[in-house]
Each structure stands twice: as C-alpha cells, then as structure tokens.
Design a protein around this ligand. Sequence first.
Ligand code: NAI
Ligand code: MG
Length: 491
Amino acid sequence: MAELDRPGGSPAVPDDWTYAPAPESRDIVRLRERYGLFVGGEWIEAKETYETISPASEEPLAVIGQASAADVDSAVTAARSAFANGWSSLPGSERAKYLFRIARILQERAREFAVLESMNGGKPIKESRDVDLPLAAAHFFYYAGWADKLEYAFPNRRPRPIGVAGQIIPWNFPLLMLAWKIAPALACGNTVVLKPAETTPLTALLFCDVLRQAELPAGVVNIVTGDGRTGAALVEHEGVDKIAFTGSTEVGKAIQRRLAGTGTKLTLELGGKAANIVFDDCALDQAVEGIVNGIYFNQGHVCCAGSRLLAQESIYEPLVDKLKRRLETLRVGDPLDKNTDVGAINSAMQLERIRELVESGREEGAEIYQPPCRLPEKGYWFAPTVFTNVAQSYRIAQEEIFGPVLSVLTFRTPEEAIEKANNTPYGLSAGVWTEKGSRILWMAQRLRAGVVWANTFNRFDPSSPFGGYKESGFGREGGLHGLEPYLRFDE
Ligand code: NAI
Ligand code: MG
C-alpha cells in the first residue's frame, strides 16, 4: 500500500485542517441592470427606483422599481380583469396544469434560483439549494393537486374563489414565501398582486420569467416591488379582496387595524419566540444538532426559530458544553461557498437590531458565548451566539431577535417547562426532545404554539399546516387548511 507511506512520517490526518473554498459559480445567473414592475404580463417602469445589494459584499446587484400607489392600482386592475376574464371560471384541472408547469420549471431552474437567492439574501447556498428551492417546488406540486378537488376538500360547502389577493412577504425566505402565497391562491381560482420584501426582490422578479415560460395568462400574477409604502398602498386598495401578510408583528397589527370593518379577508403570519425544550432522557447529541438547526439555520432569520432553549437542570451542563463545542465547528462566511453553515445577515438594519438586543442581554446580566471565528470585513455578519444565565424577564428572552442568537433557560419539571415555554406574547412553534412518546403528547397538548416538533426542529412539508396563536398571527398556510383563506363558501 505504497500510497499510505508518507514521507517524513507526517500523520495521515492533519490535526489542524480547514476547508478549502468551494464556491458555487454565479455564471448561471443573468442579472439585468434594472427591473420594472410585472403588471398584466408586461414590464412597466416605476418612476422611483432603488438599488438592491448583496448583503455579503454590499455590492450593488440591480436597480429595482419602487411601485407607487398608481402602479399598485394598475396591478390590482390587471388582476381584477384576469380574474373576471377567464381565470376564475377555468376548470380546476386546467388551473392545475399551470401550477404543475410552474413546479416543474422551478425544479429545472433550481440551481439558478438557489444561486440568486443566496446572492440577494445572504443565506448559505446549501440551504437555498436543499431547502428553499425543493420546498418551493413542492408547494406548487402540492396545491396543483388540490385545484380540481376543492369540492372534495370542502364537501357540501360550494367553495368559490374570492377575487384578487394582495400578498406581502418578508426577506427571510423570499421565493419560498412567494410559493406559500401564490400556489394556494391560484389553485383556488384567485388572481394575485404580490409584493416581495425590499431587500430581496430578485427571485420574485426571476419568477416572472417562469410565469412566462408556463404561459400563465397575463394578469393572473402581478409582482410589484418596493418598500413598506408599496405594501401599505396594496393594503389600502379597495379592489383587493384578501390580504395575506408575513412579517413583523408591528406591521401585522397596523394592517389588522387598517382592515377592521372593511370586509377584506386577512391572514397574518408574524413573529415568534419559540421554546426548544430538552428533557434529560433525550438523545443528547441529536438534540444538540436540533438546537443548532433550530436557531442558526438561515442566520436565525426564521419566525419559528428555536430561540429559547429550555434545558432540564439535570443535563444543563453537558448540554451547554456540547453545544459550545459544536458551535466552534460552524463555518461562517461566503453564502455561495458550499461549506458555509451561517451566511450574511440580510441587511444593515437587521444587523443593527441584533446588535442592540445582544447589547441589552449583556447589560441585563446574561453571560455571552461566541466561538472564535473571523468575520469578513465587507458585508453584514454576526457570529453565532449563546446566552446563558438568562432570566425570563430579559429582553433577549422576550423579544424576537431574528438573528443567530440563542437564550438558554432551565427547568426542573414538565409543568415548569410548559409555564416557561408559554410565557411569551407569541405562539408560533415549539420543540420537545425526549425519549417518551407519552410525554411528547402531554407537552404538545399544553404548548400554546401552532407547530410542535418532537425530536426534530424546523421541518416543513406542504401538506402540513403552519401558523400561529396570539401575537404570532392567525390563519394557516399549507395543507388543506391553507386553501380556506382563499375561498368563500356563500351561495
Ligand atoms: P416588516 O414587517 O417591516 O416587513 C415585512 C414586509 O412588510 C416587507 O415586504 C415590507 O416591505 C412590508 N411592509 C413594511 N411596512 C408595511 C406597511 N406599513 N404596510 C404593508 N406592508 C409593509 O419587517 P422588517 O422591518 O423587515 O423586520 C423587522 C422585524 O420583524 C425583524 O427583526 C423580525 O423580528 C420581524 N420579522 C418577522 C418575519 C417573520 O417571518 N415572521 C419576517 C420579517 C421580519
Ligand atoms: Mg419594517
């Protein structure tokens, strides 16, 4: 075995080894210099524009339109006429064909979309490639299957489309949130005006090309880019029959106030502060992986992130030790590198918010741990962070940080775990780690959270409904439940 003989007796495995760079090529993405608004199947120019950048390098990527109230009005008019002129009366089996086509095209162009998503949003390519894109396509496949079966989904209730849906989405899962919104709306026979988040418009704009390839009739889907002003214009437009919003609790509340008494249907998917509850009988190494996935996935920009770790006192020390050791192996850096685990923070504004909350954690008396890691000089970055010695009253235990920051608390009994887990204005998700099935069920019944994961975390499937309690919002997306907000049942 000559190849195992090493000159100078150097060890077969070096004791300090690092990953060589493994960047995914950007060549597959063809950016235009500027993008207009996609209205009635055509590109129209917006008067006002802004630049969208890469958060990993601060490099400008393209010039984007800031849609005015008049542009939003054109988009709603286009959606209204597409609704009246054929789309809403098309047989479900025909609508399904378009959705199946969109799903297949997304699969075919998955690499292009994944690279663009990572360039514009900062998330690691392995996540956009292995999570965002497959799930977005799966959503279209799933709702394509329902389009001609609505009468079976709601027997004896005569389901009918509601009209024009106004949809406002955030920057943490740009294409996936677009899929969550558009797929059920079209399956039910509605038309759409969608507004992507201002920092991440590019995959939504590339999606317009998918619509063209799928030959979706003009005006069925309209995309208007811009910031909160564009969103507000969409909410205020009287021609919109339903608003679906995913974003901050603050804006969600403002939208709810604005629409109160108007008859416009509304679903809100807002913030969270999920408890990830670890019992002493769990498989500890598996739980550590679940905790890491729960809070460092997508830089912690996840509404259902497991941002509060509740550790049973009897395993607190080994758990925190293992967790800290695991954090040392996380690779932070270039989102387009295939080995990157934690990418760039989405925007300067979000980085500022994370820094401010982390500072409050230090000041209130929590103990901070960050593994040694070198952050790139340009762009927006934040090292994976764990806070121990956290009291329930601290801001880092109460407020959504939306960054790679975990707060560790402890409990002794299942009752105490429930009390602490539910001690939050939010109620989106929770995790339970234990060997005992009976305990999982006991906990799941008592947790005030829309989703409860057992011995796993951050798992999604289009057939499984998702949504919150309390200040996390109302309405469900995904599954059979996700059809209901896009239908009316009157005679
Ligand atoms: P945001 O709620 O302001 O933005 C979400 C979307 O709403 C974007 O498309 C934005 O342009 C739009 N929007 C903003 N103001 C609006 C208005 N008045 N009317 C209609 N649409 C409007 O969230 P932001 O400022 O980007 O992030 C702030 C915090 O919100 C984050 O730190 C995080 O805690 C939370 N957040 C939660 C999300 C979730 O998935 N639940 C997603 C994004 C943010
Ligand atoms: Mg905002």
